[in-house]
Design a protein around this ligand. Sequence first.
Ligand code: ATP
Ligand code: MG
Length: 560
Amino acid sequence: MSDETAAPDRTDFIREIIAKDLKSGKHASVVTRFPPEPNGYLHIGHTKSICLNFGVAQEFGGRCHLRFDDTNPTKEEQEYIEAIERDVRWLGFDWGEHLYHASDYFEQLYEWAMHLIETGKAYVDDLSADEIREHRGTLTEPGKNSPWRERPAEESRDLFARMRQGEFPDGTRVLRAKIDMASGNINMRDPVLYRILHATHPRTGDAWCVYPTYDFTHGQSDAIEGITHSLCTLEFEDHRPLYDWFLENLPVPARPRQIEFARLNISYTVLSKRRLLQLVRDGHVRGWDDPRMPTISGIRRRGYPPAAVRDFAVKHGVAKRDGVMEVAMLEHSVRTVLNLEAPRRFAVLRPLKVVIENYPEGQVEEVGAVNNPEDPGAGTRKVEFSRELYIEREDFMEDPPKKFFRLAPGREVRLRYAYFITCREVVKDERGEIVELRCTYDPATKGGDAPDGRRPKATLHWVSAAHALPAEVRLYEHLFTRPDPGAEGDFIDDLNPQSLEVLEGGLLEPALAAAPVGGVVQFERLGYFCKDPDSTPERPAFNRTCTLRDTWAKIQARGR
Ligand code: ATP
Ligand code: MG
C-alpha cells in the first residue's frame, strides 16, 4: 500500500490509546476489524472506517480482519458480499487469511445465550414486539418488567431450545437479557438477544431459525477473534455498556475495548445504505455503480483513484464530533492525484467544424504532443493534423464580449502543438446556426510558435476531422441540489434533475481507442475522464471524473 496515507506523525485519540496499550504491555499487538453488514454496497463513509481500521493495524504492525456482520438473513445477499470484498481490495487493503463471518459463531453464541439463561441473566419472553415496545418506557420514564421475566431458568432453557428447533412461528417469542428495566440507558432495558426468523441465510442455509441481534453478536465476535480495539461510529456509544455487560457476564476468551469515532458525512450526497438502496430500487440512478453514486463502486466507475479516496478519508481526521465534509475537498484530492498521473489527450465535446482554406487538401501532418507535463517520463505522442478540424463550439463567438479571448471573426488563436489560425468567414445554415468556420493558417507557426514572437491570447484544443473517434461522453453534476439532502422533507425531492448530461457527438483523438476501461485521462482544458465499461471498440464511452476547476483550492486560498 502506498505511503501517502501512512504518515508516521499522524495521531489522534484512537492512535494514542493504542500506542499506550502497546507500551504498557496490555496488548502485545493490535488487532482491529472492519465489520460491514452485507445489506448494501460500501460508500465513501465506509472508507473512513476501512482506512482507520486497516490503517492503524498497518502502522502498529498488527492486523485487521474483514468480518461480515451477517445476522439478518432477510436483507443480506451474496452480491453484496462480493462487492464489499472487491471494494475493500480496490481501496488498497488486504485482510490476508483473516476473513470472518459472524455466522461462523452462531453455535458459540447460542451456547453463550444458554449460559446467560442458566446464570439467571436471560429469559424467554412471550410478549409480542408491540408489547415489548410498550413496556420499554421512554427516555424520561422507566420501563416495566415483562410478566415472563421471572419464569424459571429451566423453562426458558426448554423454550429457547424449542425456538431453535423451529417449533414456534416468527415473532412469537424472543430471548432477552435480564438487566434493568429502569436503567437510564434504554439499551440496558432487557435487550433482545434472539428473535425467531424462518429465513434462509446466505451461508448457514436453513440450519437456523433463531438469529442473534447485532448487540449480542458484535462484542462476542470481537472477543472470539481476539480483537483488541473495536472501532465503531458514535451511534454505538450508548451500546457500549451493553457491549461490556456481555463480555463481563460470559466466559469469553478476550476483552476487546470499544472506541467510538465520528461518522464521515459529505455535502451534496447521502451516505446511508437504506437511502442508496432506495435510489437504486426506484431507478433514480442506473445502479449501485452509477458514477453519481457515493458508493465505492460508483466512484471507481467515475474514475476516482483509490489513493485520492484514502487521502480524503485520512485528512478528515478522527474526531469525536460529527461534521459534514465539503464534497469539493474530496474532488480536490482526486484532482491532485490525477494531475500527476493522468495522460493528456485531445477531445472535443461539442464540435464545430474548421476548414483551413490555405492548407493543402489531402495533407496530413503528425504533430508531437506532450503526454503529461507533470511527468516527463510519460513522453510524447503524435497527433494527426489536417485541413478539416473540429474545435470546441464554445471556443468561438461571432460577436465576442470584451473578456472573450478565444476565436472570433478576424482573430488569430493558437491550435495547441500545431499552428496559428485566423478566422476568415462564418458559415451558417438556413436557420442561422453556425455550422463551419473558414480559417487560414500561418505555415511559419509550425509547432505552435511564431518566429516574430507574436502570441495569440488563446490556445485551443482540436481534433482532425478525418481521424477523430466518435464517442459518448457523460457529464455529471452533484446528485442532489442541496448540500444537506432531505434536511427539509424527502431527500428524493432534492435530487438534481441535471445530474447527468449525455453528449452523443464527442470526437476524440484516435489514441483514445486504446485507452483501457477504467483508465483516466485528462481531456485538455475540459477535465478528467474515465473510460466506461459500456465502451465498444467503435464507440467508447467516457465519464467525466471531475472538471479542472478546483473550488476547494479557491476556498483554501481565500482562507489564507
Ligand atoms: P449505513 O448507516 O450507511 O447503513 P452502516 O453503519 O449500517 O451504514 P455497516 O455495514 O454496519 O453500515 O458499517 C460497517 C462499519 O462502517 C461500521 O463499523 C460503521 O460504524 C462504519 N461506518 C458506516 N458508515 C460510516 C460513516 N459514514 N463514516 C464512518 N464510518 C462508517
Ligand atoms: Mg449498521
